[in-house]
Design a protein around this ligand. Structure first.
Ligand code: SF4
Length: 614
């Protein structure tokens, strides 16, 4: 099938590896990336016991625009039932991993079972091999990456650190750590590193030099030239190349949505020390993903006892900066480095640390229990706690379970400021004065994650405290278009930030496959995937309106800011907004896709599973 390669099914328990052709239903019905992950996981659902059980299935999927001559096509989705939430989880990473996997002739890996001893996968030119990783177990990702690169040369490596090996629920997967010229990235969210750890899968090495067959090379070239002109001609181009995502920090502080001291405040008095301008002073170079003309990873050097280099993104600077009170860029860079070193998601780690700090501030936990005094802004305590989490030492064993489990254990009212939805820690935008952003977090299919619907800009445009149907429509649109980038295997930054007309992606997909698709056709498929992940959440955890809510802090603890002071969410109006969301989606009052809706989307099997019948 033109535009697609093969799927590889790997059973780590039996050692069996199979190559399968991509069929039309999967290719054109679910496109790739997260679409494929949802489809495959739904098919396997009955056999999966839980996130860390060998029966869980890890899907590693590129998209049809990965590794073709089109900008930013270097994205890969890692997906499984999340050990953090118990529902569908995924995380997306850039760099060169996806590019090399597609050039190895493999579009997706479907990894089942668990190996009795540590292994890594070698994916090279159409073959997948299970190799012994005894000598790699116990190493961090940087060492693992360096060793495997020494052995295989021109390859990419996705690996886990100690946190993944020890099944920390928010362990991440590091990609391409040890190379200077290649973007080092993480599949950070929903604990995919722990899934690899539970399978004793230390790393995946990919290498290949096959060209991906394209139906109409000339048409794709024209689309790529058009896209390049749009990016280079846009007002934001230079700023993105200079600051990357970090320019957002000063902006968040200005508009008062910067999580500070575990969302107790939305303005940080030291924001200028940890934002884009502070980063410029310690920046040493920039890096890009494959086929990208916007090198947005800015690598900084820090020297605090030891020296290191790391690329810091906005979410990390906020969650491991203002949210835990760190006051200098070097301190943030060091905390970021430690998380990457061990393989921990920086958003969830920042939230866990902030939660413990607030519990300590309120006298709900003691120095004796914790083995240290977790004071706001204390870098020494921060580093110690990251160590404890990664190694599951002392109180770190409980912290490694995430904010939800911590609050359940500590109790004493701490649940009110445990900042998570469905078990996934909320990312770095306060939403008490941003109702569309609040709805985005509440309804996100993997738990509270900003990336599915970054609606806060719309809140600012139309009125932050309004609970309108227009906002609901905007959230739904964003929840379809933003995940579409993950299905195609391209970077989502190539869109609104540069004023790019998204029809270009339908044009590119049509050129690659030789079949005609409009943007609406693609959005329909993205809506299908959104409903499928919702069906998975209902089947696995009985998710309903009771789970689409936000922490109590959002409704009862007003923002302490300069302009937004006193803002909090109105519970009744928010629930009303949620009900409008369900209606517009074609879901019932509990938040279940109706049988009619599922049939309309071509999800007959999901309808059968949810409602029975033939
Ligand atoms: S814009 Fe940044 S994240 Fe996107 S492809 Fe380029 S380097 Fe990667």
């Amino acid at each position: 099938m033109i535009g697609y390669n093969k799927l590889s099914y790997v059973d780590l328990h039996t050692g069996k590896v199979e190559l399968k052709d991509v069929d039309e239903e999967l290719a054109y019905g679910f496109i790739g990336g997260r679409g494929w992950a949802a489809y495959i996981l739904f098919k396997e659902l009955d056999n999966i016991i839980d996130g860390l059980h060998p029966s869980n299935v890890l899907v590693v999927a590129t998209g049809p625009l990965t590794a073709v001559p089109f900008q930013s096509g270097g994205k890969t989705t890692f997906a499984a039932i999340s050990p953090q939430t118990g529902i569908y989880g995924d995380s997306n990473v850039g760099g060169f991993f996806g590019y090399r996997m597609r050039r190895a002739g493999i579009d997706a890996l479907v990894i089942k079972g668990a190996s009795p001893q540590p292994v890594y996968l070698l994916v090279a030119n159409g073959k997948v091999e299970i190799c012994d990783a005894e000598k790699l177990w116990g190493l961090n990702s940087q060492e693992t990456d360096a060793k495997l690169v020494r052995e295989y040369g021109n390859c990419s490596v996705a690996s886990i650190g100690i946190a993944g090996e020890r099944l920390v629920k928010f362990a991440c997967i590091n990609v391409d750590w040890s190379r200077k010229g290649m973007r080092h990235g993480q599949a950070g969210r929903t604990g995919m590193g722990a899934v690899m750890g539970s399978k004793k899968l230390k790393a995946i090495v990919v290498m290949g030099d096959k060209d991906v067959k394209i139906a109409d090379e000339e048409r794709l070239k024209e689309a790529a030239i058009k896209l390049q002109r749009m990016v280079e001609g846009s007002a934001g181009y230079e700023a993105w190349r200079r600051y990357g995502t970090l320019a957002t920090l000063e902006w968040s502080n200005k508009v008062e949505c910067l999580p500070t001291y575990n969302f107790q405040k939305t303005v940080f008095e030291y924001a200028e020390n940890i934002g884009g301008d502070a980063m410029q002073k310690v920046k040493v170079f920039t890096r890009a993903c494959s086929n990208c003309i916007i090198p947005c990873e800015h690598v900084v050097r820090f020297k605090l006892e030891e020296e290191g280099e790391i690329g810091v993104e906005y979410e990390t600077a906020a969650m491991l900066g203002s949210n835990i009170g760190l006051r200098s860029f070097e301190e943030v860079a060091k905390a970021n480095y430690l998380c990457d070193y061990y393989g921990l998601d920086t958003i969830s780690t920042g939230s866990v640390l902030a939660f413990i700090m607030e519990c300590y501030q309120r006298g709900l936990v003691t120095e004796k229990e914790l083995g240290l005094a977790p004071k706001w802004g204390d870098i020494e305590a921060v580093c110690k706690m990251i160590n404890m989490i990664a190694k599951r030492e002392g109180f770190g064993d409980l912290m490694a379970e995430g904010v939800k489990a911590l609050a359940e254990r500590i109790g004493k009212g701490s649940e009110a400021f445990a900042m998570h939805v469905k078990g996934l820690e909320i990312s770095a935008y306060d939403h008490r004065a941003a109702t569309a952003m609040a709805l985005s977090y509440a309804t996100c299919d993997i738990g509270a994650h900003h990336n599915r619907s970054w609606a806060i800009i719309y809140d600012l445009e139309v009125g932050r405290d309004k609970y309108t149907e227009d906002k609901v429509k905007k959230v739904i649109y964003l929840q379809h278009i933003r995940p579409l980038f993950d299905m195609l295997g391209v970077c989502r930054i190539y869109w609104e930030e540069f004023g790019i007309d998204p029809n270009i992606y339908a044009e590119a997909y049509s050129a690659v496959t030789g079949k005609e698709f409009t943007l609406d056709d693609l959005l329909f498929r993205s809506e299908r995937v959104w409903n499928l992940t919702r069906a998975i959440a209902i089947i696995r955890k009985g998710i309903s309106i009771k789970d689409d809510l936000l922490p109590e802090r959002d409704f009862s603890d007003p923002v302490v800011g300069r302009y937004t002071s006193g803002a909090k969410l109105d519970r009744d109006k928010f629930i009303e907004m949620l009900k409008i969301y369900y209606t517009l989606r074609g879901w019932d009052e509990l938040g279940r896709p109706t049988p009619e809706k599922l049939m309309k989307l071509g999800l007959e099997e999901a309808a059968r599973k949810l409602y029975g019948g033939d």
